[in-house]
Design a protein around this ligand. Structure first.
Ligand code: C2E
Ligand code: MG
Ligand code: MG
Length: 572
């Protein structure tokens, strides 16, 4: 053991040094309290022996100072050396931070025994210290990747921001989310997923400085705190480096895997609190995901507004049905040659007291994501079929009443039964109903259950049309094997058909494709006479669009239908 002794009597110091050296210890001698403190700081001995009665700083005062300097973690045993050991001075010594007393004069045996006892205490303290360190490490790191965990992230964030505040630094927070991690896990198994996370952590380490803070917050989410950056753009540069690095191929367990990451960046300041910083980085990351993944985005106030609005919409949508804010409009579909109405498409509208009219292209995706589409879709089917049953549709040959549905509705097990119940209740015939599904929905749904859903509807006599056709890259083989009745050419092609030769070719091909597959073809979004003429020339049988009729309310539809029936009866 390395033992520090402090005694202002040179003789005593020499005797004690001699005795300790004989016992095999090395000695650091100090001639007064002040020197003892200085040597303690320099040498960090294993044991300290202090004479109580010293000139200047006495043993007790010296012990107190040492305890203050060392803190709890470096609790080195202290023995007091004194000629008088009355109760009061023993108590005083223990209070000052001492562990034992040695009364002068002492025998070598007593000295050896006391030192042995102190050694035991020192060993136990060391073990306790090591275990605490290990526990701390365990509670603060992610066992899989070795970077910090969420718990430590929360703790360190507060400390790092407090330091940034004191020194007027900018701290950047990067939220990193791996793209399609779930797919990799599902395809290659969890073991490969784990290997990917380990590799990602090691690539992240290589992208930042050693004093930057990396944590895995859970699953495939990582966070990096960039200390002392000068401008938010610096965080952008690092984020770009990370996006590049993480998109290089991974060779894991003999699989060649491609991944990528979406990163959201927020800085403190301008974010004012730790909570705000996290929220802002999250908004930015949400935006990075929405803008095609494998990129980074900075938080901005405009994004915040947009995101808040989205959340507000989401919230409001939950109550829209019970507050009766939905209504339906109907757009007629025409036979392009005769200009007769041969069908009607039902379109959902949402009139919110605060937001006004919200477009279905905005709220339908939210309704789909949140699952609200099931109840809303049910309401549409019931309301629309009831309305249609009041119109004289029977008097128009091959008339189709169309309703848009979402794939989430179709994929419900009892969807066909549900539709049949509504048809029974309202009196509309299945042959008059056509359900529209977008091509994208068709392509992104699981093949088996989607086909099953369509077949069930077909067996009930209900028609199916593929909406927005041409935008979803569907495979023609798949199309051929589904009992589909109608293709609706997406309005973007129709609108470009008279100005863009490529669109004209596509429209022409889609009309021919429909005819070959013996399907009805409807052109959507006809806005001009020129487009109409083009479609008629190419032999497109049916169409809808503002130039023919805008979506209108139920009263107007009734008028249009009655007029057509009246004119036909009179002309016969
Ligand atoms: P969609 O099914 O393709 O419906 C046609 C959309 O094009 C409607 O927009 C309609 O108002 C619009 N439109 C019709 N003619 C023209 C035209 O000449 N020019 C232009 N620029 N637009 C025209 P809307 O009502 O905003 O609906 C947008 C989309 O929202 C629909 O596209 C459909 O995918 C979805 N949607 C609407 N109602 C429902 C519904 O009840 N259920 C479901 N699941 N989706 C619906
Ligand atoms: Mg439609
Ligand atoms: Mg469409």
């Amino acid at each position: 053991m390395q033992i520090l002794i402090a005694d202002d009597s040179r003789t005593n110091l020499a005797i004690l040094t001699d005795a300790l050296q004989k016992l095999g210890h090395s000695v650091i001698p100090a001639h007064n309290g002040q020197e003892a403190i200085q040597l303690f700081q320099e040498k960090r001995p294993d044991l300290i022996i202090l004479d109580v009665m010293m000139e200047g700083l006495d043993g007790f005062a010296c012990a107190r100072k040492i305890r203050q300097l060392g803190g709890d973690e470096e609790w080195i045993p202290i023995i007091f050396l004194s000629s008088s050991t009355d109760d009061e001075s023993i108590a005083k010594g223990i209070d000052a931070g001492g562990d034992d007393y040695l009364t002068k004069p002492f025998s070598d045996i007593t000295l050896a025994a006391k030192i042995k006892a102190m050694q035991r205490i020192a060993d136990m303290r060391q073990k306790l210290f090591d275990t605490t360190q290990k526990l701390y490490l365990l509670s603060s790191t992610d066992t899989l990747t070795g970077v910090y965990n969420r718990h430590q992230f929360d703790r360190s964030l507060k400390e790092i921001l407090a330091a940034a505040n004191r020194h007027h630094y900018i701290t950047g927070l990067l939220f990193i989310d791996l793209d399609h991690f779930k797919n990799i896990n599902d395809t290659f198994g969890h073991q490969v997923g784990d290997l990917l996370l380990i590799e990602v952590a090691s690539r992240l380490k290589a992208c930042v400085r050693s004093n930057d803070f990396i944590a895995r917050l859970g699953g495939d989410e990582f966070a990096i705190l960039l200390n002392e950056i000068e401008r938010p753009e610096d965080a952008g540069n690092i984020a770009q480096k990370i996006v590049n690095t993480l998109s290089f191929d991974y060779n894991l367990d003999e699989h060649n895997i491609r991944s990528g990451a979406s990163i959201g960046i927020a800085c403190y300041p301008p974010s004012k609190t730790a909570e705000e910083l996290i929220l802002n980085a999250d908004v930015a990351m949400y935006h990075a995901k929405a803008t095609g993944r494998n990129n980074y985005q900075h938080f901005t106030e405009e994004l915040n507004e947009k995101y808040k609005k989205q959340l507000n919409l989401e919230h409001a949508l939950k109550f829209a049905l019970e507050r009766k804010e939905f209504f339906l409009t109907y757009q007629p579909i025409f036979d392009l040659k005769t200009r007769n109405i041969v069908g009607i498409e039902t379109l959902l509208c949402w009139d919110h007291p605060q937001f006004g009219l919200v477009s279905p292209s905005i709220f339908i995706p939210i309704a789909e994501e949140t699952g609200l589409i099931i109840d809303i879709g049910n309401w549409i089917l019931r309301t629309a079929c009831h309305q249609a049953s009041l119109w004289p549709l029977d008097q128009i040959k091959n008339f189709k009443f169309a309703i848009n549905i979402s794939s989430r509705q179709l994929l419900r097990e009892n969807f066909a039964t549900q539709v049949m119940t509504i048809l029974n209740d309202t009196g509309l015939s299945p042959q008059q109903l056509e359900l529209e599904l977008t091509e994208t929905a068709m392509m992104t749904s699981t093949a088996g259950s989607f086909k099953e859903g369509i077949i069930k509807l077909h067996e009930c006599g209900i028609s199916i049309s593929i909406d927005d056709f041409g935008t979803g890259y569907s495979s023609l083989t798949r199309l051929k094997h589904l009992p589909i009745n109608t293709l609706k050419i997406d309005k973007s092609f129709i609108q470009d058909s008279t100005t863009n030769p490529n669109s004209a070719i596509i429209v022409n091909c889609l009309i021919a494709l429909g005819k070959n597959l013996k399907l009805n073809v409807i052109a959507e979004g006809i806005e001009t006479q020129k487009q109409l003429d083009f479609l008629i020339e190419k032999g497109c049988p049916q169409g809808q669009g503002f130039s023919l009729s805008r979506p209108v309310d139920k009263e107007q539809i009734e008028k249009l239908l009655k007029k057509q029936i009246y004119e036909r009866t009179n002309s016969e």
